[in-house]
Design a protein around this ligand. Structure first.
Ligand SMILES: *[C@@H]1O[C@H](CO)[C@@H](O)[C@H](O)[C@H]1NC(C)=O
Ligand SMILES: *[C@@H]1O[C@H](CO)[C@@H](O)[C@H](O)[C@H]1NC(C)=O
Ligand SMILES: *[C@@H]1O[C@H](CO)[C@@H](O)[C@H](O)[C@H]1NC(C)=O
Ligand SMILES: *[C@@H]1O[C@H](CO)[C@@H](O)[C@H](O)[C@H]1NC(C)=O
Ligand SMILES: *[C@@H]1O[C@H](CO)[C@@H](O)[C@H](O)[C@H]1NC(C)=O
Ligand SMILES: *[C@@H]1O[C@H](CO)[C@@H](O)[C@H](O)[C@H]1NC(C)=O
Ligand SMILES: *[C@@H]1O[C@H](CO)[C@@H](O)[C@H](O)[C@H]1NC(C)=O
Ligand SMILES: *[C@@H]1O[C@H](CO)[C@@H](O)[C@H](O)[C@H]1NC(C)=O
Ligand SMILES: *[C@@H]1O[C@H](CO)[C@@H](O)[C@H](O)[C@H]1NC(C)=O
Length: 694
């Protein structure tokens, strides 16, 4: 296993975060203070002046002097002169984004010292960053600064931020920062939020050491290879998703309790579960789309030649070496406050013993698309607080139940076991869960127990009993190879949503679903070969999937429903009779009709549908119809015009009458041969007795 010594760039003490947000700026803009336009194009609401998209090339000089917010976004202002703002001494918030701005210049005595929020996102400040810096350094009250999307490098940023001790919110996303060190943010002692998303950061060296108050730090979409020696104890949110992080290691020697609540490391290259702080209140741990697995089982029989430690050291000094002993369970850190653990799309093949029981507050466990093969509740201790369990799309063949911990899951609402290889499951697995609302067992080979099977209690059963699950509302059993639905399969439940699609040739008895006649709102019967079900009892049905069912016509019982959503794709419909079309058009909001062999010359129903504004044909682009001699036509091309064309029918008549004409001709010839036999040879002779040349 990868236990060799690693020399890696160290990223120490990270963590400041900034949130991007744009604000209305509050500062007086400058630009020529003379020659003010007579009629300002700006809109004034209370003390805020909205001058965005006004083709202004400078700060308007005719606004009331007491305005406290000015928005100048999307104007062609090349240089913002501080003198232009001197008319507005009360300005607290100024926004000048997307303004082609090269620089902010100070060319008079005015110091816009009241300004608290300044948004200069998406300009070209890299061009005139020095002038801009001199102005920024005078803004002693500035709390929020947005310099996103300005082509800034780390040196420019370090200069711009020098002495900005009042800053609390800083947004630097979409710049070209490569590496950060102690000097970058050294004066920002009050910083609470820092946004570094979408730069090209690959190294952070002590850059956050001085940021003692930092609470939110986002660094998504950079190129960080690891986060080592994490020790920002005040941080509440760290978002480092979409990097190339292989290691996340917190400083485990710290006695302090970390404030961290949300850690987002999704879409990285983590191989190990992150080494979390020993004391923390972390609630949301987002680790989807990594390569995480657990390796404890390997530690037991390590060959003596394997190293069990990783060493991280800074590329240019040995000063901050960090080593971590692998396989050590305590490295998982304090996880007892965790409410959401998202490990979707990793390589987890088992959960270490005792791991889940440490998660005392866990509500949502997401293990979608991993490599789990079994889930044995006799050994796995699920936290009683669990509400959502998603183990879909693994290779589960074993899901053993009947353990006290499962029966104690009084809050479990949502279970997703779809896309696995389950063939056996305890038949009464779900019977002990009083809050269960949604179960997805799609694409397994699990049936539904009949009444007789119900009475037997089996730990390994090929069917599940759903009867009398009073809390259950949504049940997904697509692609389960269901041969037939037993009588009263769902008696005692109040299902609103039942998915049975992709069970080809399922036999649905008229009484199988009857008990749902007062609750069912969605019924999925796509590709089930169902065509004659009597829908009349289902008064509350609003959505019906009848796609791929070889329907040649729509049943009258379907017309009795008050449907809003209907899927009829891939059937054999050639038309929809006008009386049915009128009913459907009145009620439906969404319909799918592609893949039916409609007759182009019988599309009256289509016109009816098109005339109703509230109805959308969702797959109209894929709708085709057949036109005699011309094959498939797109319905959107209005092929019925051809049907009304006069030439077409007359041509048709010729085809139609040709046999008649030919038969008449034949009759005439026979008549002639019978009654005037001499006439015929004469005619032939005349034609053929021409001299032939030899
Ligand atoms: C920052 O403050 C220090 C000390 O007050 C001063 O020497 C320095 O010139 C200031 N830097 C800028 C860019 O204003
Ligand atoms: C982290 O950042 C990514 C990209 O901006 C975003 O999609 C995600 O929602 C963020 N995570 C959290 C927990 O806010
Ligand atoms: C382990 O190390 C020893 C000496 O360092 C060496 O002789 C031996 O071949 C190594 N074993 C393996 C399995 O690499
Ligand atoms: C770092 O440590 C290694 C081995 O421990 C040593 O060979 C190297 O010279 C050290 N580098 C520096 C810059 O001290
Ligand atoms: C269950 O998981 C599958 C695959 O991960 C997903 O497509 C499906 O929507 C989930 N079911 C429910 C009810 O959320
Ligand atoms: C668990 O097993 C016991 C007997 O071993 C049985 O009485 C009980 O019904 C089972 N419970 C479930 C939910 O399968
Ligand atoms: C269900 O009822 C319809 C109409 O009453 C009937 O035509 C059909 O044969 C019945 N199907 C079954 C399986 O009983
Ligand atoms: C619905 O089913 C119940 C029994 O399950 C029955 O008593 C009732 O008549 C049915 N209602 C309709 C409209 O079919
Ligand atoms: C409807 O059924 C078809 C065929 O089984 C399936 O492919 C499709 O996903 C279903 N549509 C919806 C929206 O459930």
């Amino acid at each position: 296993m990868p236990a060799d010594d690693h020399m890696m760039g160290i990223v120490s003490n990270l963590l400041p975060c900034l949130v991007c947000f744009s604000l209305g700026p509050a500062w007086n803009l400058l630009m020529q203070s003379s020659g003010l336009p007579l009629h300002s194009p700006c809109k004034l609401i209370e003390k805020t002046a909205f001058c965005s998209h006004c083709q202004l090339s400078s700060v308007p000089g005719d606004l009331p002097e007491n305005i406290d917010e000015l928005q100048l976004n999307h104007n062609p202002i090349k240089v913002l002169h501080s003198s232009g703002l001197s008319r507005y001494p009360a300005l607290r918030s100024l926004s000048c984004t997307n303004a082609l701005l090269d620089a902010v210049e100070m060319n008079s005595f005015y110091i816009p010292h009241m300004l608290e929020e300044l948004n200069l996102a998406d300009n070209n400040l890299h061009a005139g960053y020095q002038q801009t810096g001199w102005v920024l350094h005078t803004l002693v009250k500035l709390r929020s600064l947005d310099l996103s999307g300005n082509g800034l490098t780390e040196d420019m940023v370090a200069f711009l931020l020098e002495n900005m001790t009042s800053l609390e919110y800083l947004y630097l996303s979409r710049n070209v920062l490569l590496r950060l060190d102690e000097s970058t943010f050294q004066d920002l002692h009050q910083l609470k939020e820092l946004d570094l998303d979408r730069n090209m950061l690959f190294e952070i060296d002590g850059a956050f050491d001085g940021l003692q108050d930092l609470q939110r730090l986002t660094m998504a979409f950079n190129r960080l290879p690891c986060l080592i020696q994490f020790q920002l104890t005040k941080l509440v949110l760290l978002n480092a998703s979409h990097n190339s992080i292989e290691w996340f290691v917190s400083n485990q020697d710290l006695e302090d309790t970390f404030e961290l609540e949300t850690l987002d490391l999704s879409s990285n290259s983590l191989l190990f579960f992150p080494f979390l702080p020993t004391r923390s209140r972390i609630r949301h741990l987002l680790l989807a789309d990594n390569r995480i697995s657990f390796y404890e089982h390997l530690a037991e029989n390590t060959s003596p030649n394997w190293t069990n430690t990783v060493l991280f050291s800074n590329m240019d000094s040995n000063a901050s070496q960090v080593s971590a002993t692998l396989w050590d369970e305590s490295l998982h850190g304090e996880i007892s406050a965790l409410e959401l653990l998202d490990l979707s799309r990793n390589q987890v093949s088992y959960l270490p013993e005792g791991f889940l029981s440490k998660l005392k507050s866990l509500k949502r466990l997401k293990l979608q698309k991993n490599c789990l093969e079994s889930f044995d509740l006799r050994t796995v201790e699920l936290p009683v607080s669990l509400q959502e369990l998603d183990i879909s799309d693994n290779s589960l063949y074993l899901f053993k139940g009947n353990h006290s911990s499962w029966n104690k899951l009084r809050d479990l609402i949502h279970v997703n076991l779809s896309f696995n290889d389950l063939k056996q499951i305890p038949s009464r697995l779900f019977q002990s869960l009083p809050s269960l609302k949604t179960v997805d067992l799609s694409y397994n080979h699990i049936g539904i127990c009949s009444l007789e099977e119900d009475t037997k209690v089996a730990d390994d059963s090929d069917c599940v009993t759903w009867r009398n699950l009073a809390s259950l509302r949504e049940l997904y059993l697509a692609g389960c190879n269901l041969g037939s639905l037993p009588s009263s399969a769902f008696e005692g439940t109040q299902l609103t949503h039942l998915e049975l699609s992709e069970n080809t040739d399922i036999l649905i008895r008229n009484d199988s679903l009857m008990s749902l006649n007062r609750t069912l709102q969605y019924l999925g019967l796509g590709n089930t070969g169902t065509s004659h079900l009597d829908f009349t009892p289902f008064r509350h049905l609003r959505s019906l999937n009848m796609s791929v069912n070889f329907l040649f016509e729509l049943s009258e019982s379907m017309m009795s429903l008050d449907l809003r959503w209907l899927n009829l794709m891939g059937n054999e419909l050639t038309t929809i009779p006008p009386h049915q079309a009128r009913i459907l058009a009145q009620r439906l909001q969404t319909v799918f009709l592609g893949g039916n062999p409609f007759n182009c010359c019988n599309l009256e129903w289509y016109q009816l549908f098109k005339d109703v504004k509230s109805l959308t044909i969702e797959d109209q682009a894929e709708m085709t119809c057949l036109l005699l001699n011309r094959g498939k036509q797109s319905v959107e091309a209005r092929p019925w015009a051809v049907c009304e064309d006069k030439r077409e029918p007359s041509w048709w008549y010729v085809v139609l009458f040709l046999p008649v004409v030919l038969s008449l001709l034949g009759v005439t010839v026979i008549f002639l041969m019978t009654f005037r036999p001499k006439l015929l040879p004469r005619v032939i002779k005349k034609t053929w007795q021409r001299p032939t040349s030899y």
